[in-house]
Structure formats: C-alpha cells, structure tokens
Design a protein around this ligand. Sequence first.
Ligand code: SF4
Length: 102
Amino acid sequence: MKATRRSFLILSASVASSLALSRVASADEAKLSEDDPAAQKLGYRLDASKVDKSKFPAWAAGQTCSNCSLYQGGASDPYGGCALFGVKQVAARGWCTSWTNA
Ligand code: SF4
C-alpha cells in the first residue's frame, strides 16, 4: 500500500511539472515570430520603431498593431490576435505592411 501511495505522489508531481512546462512552451509558440514565413512576407516587426523605413516606406510613426483595425487584443495586452495570422499572437507594439485603420 505504501509503494502505491508513493508511486501516486511521484506520478502526480511528474504530471504537474510536465503540464507547467507545456504551458510555457505553448505561450511562446503562440507568439508570432519575425522569422515565421508568413510574418516575413508582410515585413512583420515585433517593435514598430525598428521598421526599416527605406524598405517599408508605408510605415509612419505611431502605427502599431495595437492601433491597427485587424488587431484583436485588448488595449493593455502586450500581445493579441490578428485577423491575418490565425492563432499566432502579434505584439501590441509590432507592425506589418498590412497595417490599416480603416
Ligand atoms: S495586420 Fe495589423 S495587427 Fe496584424 S500584424 Fe499587421 S499591423 Fe499588426
């Protein structure tokens, strides 16, 4: 009986730590990377202030994901959904060539 209880406790601790690790991994995987092929096509930058103006002349100061019509995050969220990138979250202070305020 003791061995069963000990085994149960060890298994429970193992499952709990695995779940915690998978949550961290899921949170990171859910964020759109600048290296993502879809992001690269649209010149996505995590930080709009780092947009290369010579490469993307459409960018204007003040344009960020957080004030784009396609952004689905809340006003104070650091990351949120975007209508263009499915389940991937974009940075509120990010930007891409599809920015619009229409
Ligand atoms: S479409 Fe808008 S919200 Fe989506 S990544 Fe581009 S600028 Fe950000």
